[in-house]
Design a protein around this ligand. Structure first.
Ligand code: SIN
Ligand code: CO
Length: 397
């Protein structure tokens, strides 16, 4: 089903989702002033430095100057002692997947819900003192850069690829040279969309935080690997090249291109069974960012769930889990979470509603939860950690 979104979105500068996707997505950059006025308040510098000390966190520090050599890369988690030894300027702390730890931040993904959920990656946040940057570079993925506290000067360049010359002697891929096509200083709440491959260079003008809403796209050769594995498993060794239409050839040593073509076509036919391949691709596309991720849930009774939602608590999708469905749009006939199929689903529209949103409240859920199967199933899902309850009365005590 195609779906048009005629509503102008303030965080896209008044563009509708249709217009943004048609004119900008994967094509050209977009700057929107004051797109998310409240976002900068959500995470401060100290929160980020604390998070980067936690086990299991993916954090890096990039030191342009005063390291062992220019553009040194240090990997976290970090200790307060390491922070104290940092120079005054020209470095950046980058923390991946901050949204996995903060459902309030993950809720901002709703602003980009016109892009399918399986394309979202994570929200990285960087913190830098004046002069801090990760150098001129390009990324392979789409990113919405939202300025948190402080100011950053963004320069954009041209489209790049793996042949674009980079600096030697650093683990970072820093462009040797970036002809500037755009030059703006962004303020808290401003948004800059950067399409894949476009060179960009952001330099902190003062103590500054930048939120990167990053997308992912599967590497096509990895998808092919999935398809080939599935095809090999199903074809086994029973299927052989067949040539019932063979005609005589005068030179038996000749490898006839027609026969080669037929062999290739028969092999490609092994990859054409769509229902079997969907059954492989959907779990693959639902794999979480971190393959060792195991959600932790809480037991809750149906009565307690109803009570807590009625009292104003919110049901949030686990930000670190990836949840997608197959079926018609808005009807989850098959559900996939973190690489696994989930069986015994209740009402397909209820499951789709849960999978389509980051946060739902009593108003959104009450009609659905009047059905005992839906309610029971949701309690099981919460116990497995795929959905969380936020803002419970107990939290406030
Ligand atoms: C940063 O936040 O410093 C860098 C983000 C990016 O360039 O992708
Ligand atoms: Co970048």
């Amino acid at each position: 089903m195609t779906h048009t979104s005629p509503i102008p979105l303030p965080h896209l500068g008044g563009l509708t989702a249709d217009e943004f996707l048609r004119d900008y997505w994967q094509k050209k950059p977009l700057l929107v002033r004051n797109a998310f006025p409240d976002l900068p308040e959500l995470v401060g510098r100290d929160d980020l430095f604390e998070l980067a000390q936690e086990d299991g966190i993916e954090a890096r520090i990039v030191l342009e100057k005063d390291g062992k050599k220019p553009w040194e890369l240090r990997k976290g988690p970090f200790t307060p002692k390491q922070y104290k030894q940092l120079p005054k300027t020209h470095w950046t702390l980058l923390v991946q997947a901050v949204d996995h730890y903060l459902p309030e931040l993950a809720a901002y993904w709703e602003a980009f819900s016109f892009v399918p959920g399986w394309r979202t990656d994570d929200i990285m946040i960087s913190s830098a003192p004046v002069g801090g940057s990760v150098g001129p570079h390009y990324d392979q993925y789409d990113v919405f850069l939202v300025q948190g506290q402080g100011q950053r000067r963004w320069q954009l360049g041209e489209k790049c690829d793996s042949h674009s010359p980079c600096l030697a002697d650093t683990p970072l891929r820093i462009l040797k040279d970036m002809p500037v096509t755009f030059d703006e200083v962004v303020n808290p709440g401003d948004l800059l969309y950067v399409p894949p491959g476009l060179a960009h260079f952001g330099v902190a003008q003062n103590d500054c935080l930048t939120f990167s809403f990053g997308f992912r796209a599967p590497i096509l050769s990895h998808v092919l690997e999935q398809l080939v594995d599935a095809a090999l498993e199903s074809a086994g060794t029973d299927k052989l090249y067949a040539d019932p239409g063979l005609t005589p050839q005068a030179h038996p040593g000749w490898l006839n291109p027609v026969h080669l073509q037929s062999l290739k076509a028969q092999v490609l036919d092994l990859l054409r069974d769509h229902s079997r391949l969907d059954a492989v691709l959907a779990p693959f596309l639902s794999e979480p960012k971190y393959s060792d991720y195991e959600p932790v849930g809480d037991d809750i009774s149906p009565e307690d769930l109803l009570h807590t939602l009625q009292s104003g608590a919110l049901l949030c999708r686990d930000p670190a889990s990836r949840i997608i469905y197959l079926g018609e749009e808005g009807h989850a006939d098959q559900l996939f979470i973190n690489g696994e199929a989930v069986t015994d689903l209740p009402d397909s529209r209820f499951v789709a509603k849960l999978a389509d949103h980051r946060q739902l409240g009593w108003e959104d859920l009450q009609d659905w939860l009047a059905d005992a199967d839906n309610l029971e199933w949701l309690c099981q899902q919460i116990a497995q950690g795929f959905w969380l309850i936020m803002g419970e009365e107990d939290d406030a005590e």
